[in-house]
Design a protein around this ligand. Structure first.
Ligand SMILES: [Zn+2]
Length: 480
């Protein structure tokens, strides 16, 4: 394989346990990574945890444990999602790990010296966001996302000269060399850049950071701002040292570099991050894919509402592929989408149990009665019309729909052809012809479904492989 690709999720804070919103992102990224592999890309897929946050220091203090203990425990909970959700990650990066600490410092040192400067600073700071707000952005000095009072913070910090990158960032996005998907999110970024870019603080006093975080190279009084540090994970996961094989292969000489993120952190990924990379003389990403948020029964996910859905519980109850299917098909890849138990059951029964599951069962049953052995499967069947086009635009739900169109059509053909009557009438050639086509359709579904529902893809490949058809267990037993 000569083509390479890089796919990442954002790295969540570990101050709470993973909820369905992060499962959504990691399943989307996994599907993209698996699709790239299926289409011949040697793909590096990275996820991990963001641990150098003051929030973790505070959460640990509240629990009476050390920050390290809190990070270890909660990072383990995030890693624990990978198996049950069938995530094909190449590695898992923790920002408290040595390789990351070393890499984040190296990235800082690689930035052009004139892009990093010290400045005395007074600002309105939200601990929850770990970000500064202007008076205009935060009326009455209340955080617009947390509704909490902002702290006035005065200190000397290092700043990054983002203002020097305004034109290059505009050019990067306008030329399509950096794509922000969907285009509405790209337009937001273009408008923000055109509005004028301000330099931003990239360090905090070590004291205010609770003495937790990565030291600024050559200045022990400051730690690297958690956002700069977190963004660095994408390259530190590849080992940011000269001669690193991973870095060469999956970043320096790789055109398909895709970050999968939520809409609240687009600015960091589509503006700050490319600017840092330009300053460090490193290539910029190819695509920032921005998803919306999941609501639960129409409400924002929140601990206080008690509506946090644990993805592991869902997988335990329904199996991994039904959960992946719902996240990938029933929720728009770009807009906010809702998770409700009722809708989950409706989608499961309609699409999985009644359509694809029932279809596989029917063809197996007819085939078994006829002692039918399918033709040897030698070539990969072309994807249905529209599948690759949808994937190129990250319309994951539409790509899935093209496979379900085949299933629906084949279910209809069974009603018309009535293969059981062909069998009774002894019309063997016609029955065989019908089954050949049906198996070919199911093989096509199996192959192109595998990035989305890997287990189901494997089961179908096995069931409609080269041996006599056999009626197996139902793929998706109906939920009552
Ligand atoms: Zn806030």
């Amino acid at each position: 394989m000569s083509k390479t690709a890089f796919v990442s999720t954002s790295i969540p804070y570990v101050n709470a346990r993973p909820h369905i919103g992060f499962a959504f992102e990691i399943v989307q990224a996994d599907t993209i990574a698996r699709y790239l592999r299926l289409t011949g890309h040697d793909t590096f897929f990275i996820t991990g945890t963001d641990e150098n946050s003051l929030k973790n220091v505070r959460a640990a203090r509240d629990e009476g444990i050390t920050t390290r203990e809190l990070c270890d425990r909660n990072s383990t909970a995030f890693q624990g999602l990978l198996g049950p959700l069938n995530i094909s990650a190449s590695d898992f990066i923790r920002t408290s790990s040595d390789v990351h600490v070393r890499g984040a410092q190296a990235l800082w040192s690689r930035c052009r010296p004139e892009d990093i400067y010290r400045k005395h600073y007074t600002g309105l700071y939200c601990v929850g966001c770990e970000d500064f707000y202007t008076e205009k952005e935060a009326p009455n000095r209340i955080c617009p996302s947390h509704g909490a009072a902002l702290e006035i913070v005065e200190e000397e910090n290092y700043f990054f000269r983002l203002s020097a990158y305004q034109d290059r960032l505009l050019e990067l996005i306008e030329s399509g060399r950096l794509r922000v998907v969907p285009v509405s999110r790209q337009n937001e970024m273009l408008a923000f850049i055109r509005g004028g870019l301000q330099d931003f603080s990239i360090s905090r006093s070590r004291e205010r950071a609770g003495d937790w975080g990565i030291h600024v190279p050559g200045d022990g009084s400051q730690v690297i701002y958690v956002w700069y540090d977190a963004l660095a994970n994408y390259v530190t996961s590849l080992d940011l040292r000269d001669g690193s094989e991973r870095l060469n292969k999956y970043w320096l000489n790789c055109t398909r570099k895709i970050h999968v993120i939520g809409k609240d952190i687009n600015r960091f990924h589509s503006i700050y991050w490319p600017a840092i990379l330009l300053s460090a003389g490193l290539p910029t990403p190819e695509t920032v894919f921005v998803h919306g948020f999941i609501t639960i029964n129409g409400q924002k996910i929140s601990k206080s509402l008690g509506n946090v859905i644990d993805p592991l519980v869902q997988v335990e109850r329904f199996g991994v592929d039904p959960v992946r299917y719902y996240l990938l098909r029933a929720i728009s890849p770009f807009e906010d989408g809702d998770f409700s138990e009722e809708r989950f059951r409706d989608v499961y029964n309609a699409d999985l149990a009644n359509n694809l599951g029932n279809l596989a069962r029917r063809i197996e049953t007819i085939g078994e009665k006829a002692h039918y052995a399918p033709p040897v499967w030698t070539t990969v069947l072309d994807a249905p019309e529209g599948y690759h086009a949808a994937m190129a635009e990250y319309r994951l739900n539409d790509a899935l729909a093209t496979l379900w169109d085949i299933a629906t059509e084949l279910n209809g053909r069974i009603e018309v052809a009535k293969p059981w009557e062909l069998q009774k009438a002894g019309k063997d050639a016609a029955l065989r012809e019908f089954l050949d086509l049906a198996v070919s359709d199911l093989r096509c579904i199996a192959h192109w479904l595998s990035p989305f529902l890997p287990d189901t893809g494997d089961t179908l490949k096995e069931a409609f492989g080269n041996k006599e058809l056999r009626r197996g267990d139902p793929l998706f037993p109906r939920l009552t």
